[in-house]
Write a protein of this length. Structure first.
Length: 319
């Protein structure tokens, strides 16, 4: 083992740390530094962008709150909701229920993080996440819904779709991966497909998480500079920025044509990830009449954050 001499160690040498240095306590971090050390993406964004930009991003898309939820409050409210999710899962298993919770959303909106809070304490043998890559040549030649139907739940199971058959109404349409005729056919056929599912007893909940344009840029910027999250990015994600309005138009038409009595859409305003996660879970818990539901533990749904499709469209996406 090479020892350190005066000056810097030789290249490739292992530095011997004196015991006094080993025992020394690390320098005390400032409150701001401690906050960043345990922070999530939004606080990382605050470190790498001027505060004015971060504030503008948070308020973008006519977000109804001026400040982010405090993490202590979030953690306090999350635990009873996750306990209720355990009750829901137990009921589904005992009753043989089949549940599909479908997540769509803008790039960077927080779909994966929200699904992660749903599944965090659920039995993975009973609660599955389906996140499909682009179709193979074989799948591309099949009936469009076929590869999704293969992942539907069996009795007692909950399946979370991290993106779904609605790719055709969103990214495929906006990026030109399908023809206008294919999009039109999909929007006509999706309600019929979902009608078959629900008539057969599947409980289908559809959630779309939206964020403002400046928030989207901030989130994508944070992912690019975080080596642990860069895998989430693709060239298509960056195309979402100049095509924000095109996605908005596609979203509006998707909601108008595929939100039905048997499979309604609900939009979640996601600029604050913590509020979005809590209210997504609340919405699901309140939508399913599982045995032993504790509505006091669930709390009240924030109707500024969770908006039904009709209200969202009536307000021009500002409800």
């Amino acid at each position: 083992m090479a020892k350190t001499v005066s000056g810097s160690p030789a290249k490739g040498a292992l530095r011997l740390v004196p015991k006094a240095e080993q025992d020394a306590k690390p320098a005390r971090k400032s409150p701001a530094a401690r906050k960043v050390a345990g922070a999530e993406a939004f606080d990382i964004e605050a470190q790498t962008l001027p505060a004015a930009i971060v504030d503008a991003a948070f308020r973008s898309g006519d977000y109804p709150y001026g400040k982010r939820m405090k993490r202590k409050r979030y953690e306090r409210e999350l635990e009873p909701l996750q306990i209720e999710l355990q009750k829901l899962a137990n009921w589904a298993r005992e009753a043989g229920e089949r549940i599909v919770i479908l997540f769509e959303g803008r790039d960077g909106a927080g779909k994966g993080g929200t699904i992660g809070r749903f599944t965090q304490h659920l039995n993975p043998r009973q609660a599955r996440v389906v996140a499909l890559s682009k179709p193979s040549d074989t799948e591309a030649g099949q009936w469009y819904f076929q590869r999704y139907a293969a992942h539907l739940p069996t009795a007692g199971e909950i399946v979370f779709f991290d993106r779904s058959w609605y790719n055709r109404a969103g990214v495929e349409r906006v990026m030109g991966f399908c023809t206008p005729a294919q999009t039109e056919a999909f929007l006509r056929e999706a309600p019929a497909f979902e009608g078959m599912l629900t008539r057969d007893g599947i409980r289908l909940i559809k959630l779309f998480i939206t964020i403002g344009p400046q928030m989207q840029m901030t989130r994508l910027h944070a992912r690019w500079h975080d080596p642990l999250k860069r895998w989430k990015l693709s060239p298509i994600d960056f195309e979402a920025i100049p095509r924000f309005e095109a996605y908005s138009q596609a979203l509006d038409e998707m909601l108008a044509k595929s939100s039905t009595r048997w499979a309604p859409w609900h939009v979640i305003r996601g600029n604050d990830k913590l509020r979005a996660r809590l209210n997504a879970i609340r919405h699901v818990l309140l939508a399913i009449p599982y045995k032993g539901r504790d509505e006091a533990a669930i709390g009240e749904l924030d109707d500024k954050i969770v908006v039904d499709a009709e209200r969202y469209l009536d307000k021009g996406g500002e409800a």
